[in-house]
Design a protein. Sequence first.
Length: 120
Amino acid sequence: MLTQDPRQAGDYFAQKLAYLTGPFELSGQIKRNEPITIVDVRLPSDFQAGHIPGAINLPQGKWHTLAGVSKDKTAVVYCYSQTCKLAAAAAVELAAAGIPVVEMEGGFEAWEKNALPVER
């Protein structure tokens, strides 16, 4: 039987909470006008079809430009779904450039499933 180390578990989940958010949490941040930049890393055509209100589109291949993001706001990145790794890859690149960043778990699919507003 595998024995879990409670201290390691605590460290792991604290790290997870520091760098992940969910659709409802993000919706609350938007309503409170928190200093965030919502970054949609999907293809421009998918962004145009619908995205989180106020999001900017920064697809793969453009991350290095840092267009629309700044070091004084936390970038909240999202992609297609829970299994899409584009948001995590973008987060690595943005963090390396000194941008504070978190990932929204579940991607745009989770946003829509929770019937949150979509901008078209």
